[in-house]
Design a protein around this ligand. Sequence first.
Ligand SMILES: [Fe+2]
Ligand SMILES: [Fe+2]
Length: 312
Amino acid sequence: MTVTMNQTQLLLELEPVVEANLNRHLGMAKDWLPHEYVPWTDGTNYDGPLGGEAWAVEQSQISDVARSSLVVNLLTEDNLPSYHHEIASLFGREAAWGEWVHRWTAEEGRHAIAIRDYLLTTRAVDPVQLEQLRMQHMSVGYSNGHPDDMLASLAYVSFQELATRVSHRNTGKLTEEPVADQLLTRVAADENLHMVFYRNLLGAALELAPNQAMRAITDVVKGFQMPGSDIAGFQRKAVEMAIAGVYDIRQHRDDVVSPVLRYWKVFELEGLDAEGEKARQELADIMAELEKQALRFEDKRDALKARMAARG
Ligand SMILES: [Fe+2]
Ligand SMILES: [Fe+2]
């Protein structure tokens, strides 16, 4: 007979795993300083109360798509109060869970601080538009697509942290600007450690409640949306970013979802019940469908690039 664990049981059972992985994280994380990554002497005052110069696109040293990508990545980081609310509600603020929630929040806070300081100092993006978008985005807030579902939430953040890592890393390269690249590489390294934490936790959950965890993973892979997907104009920006190689469906399938599934050994796991097997079969079908979508995307992108090259 399969035992279904409720949220409280899962929290209690996973507590020692949280503690061990929190300690692991604290041992691995590098305590970097955001101010060291910003080229302050490049900065000048803006118009407004200080009477400086208004932003103009010619001041930006990076491409349109790198600008879009930096704005999307920063706005995603900006919504931290909502993410904090979601994980604090779900994980609680007690013992190791609480310690992780606060530590994670503090690290994520550094990302928005550093990226914003860089963008404003270098005049890389329109500061007025950035602020308008931030207000809009934060006013909507973020809500977990799997409220009250601990396992699905852990599966989601495992993929999402890795997706964010890929997106920051590739955005850094796309800027062709060494200072931005260095900063985003640093941020991406943090996201990788966050992914490892959540991935290890869900790995333990797979041992504890394999059928429930399998269902959670399948549901999350099926409906995966990036946390910034409700940013105004996101769809158009996401297409540009995909074509530029920041984050596309091929990377999503092969560099984000697949490696995490492999780590969990979901397709080798033994002893699943009928429900667990059904979830696993659905997951295999979704991965096959993602492969088809990735191939279609690559064809379209190659055709588009060939047309652009022909135009010169
Ligand atoms: Fe972050
Ligand atoms: Fe993160």
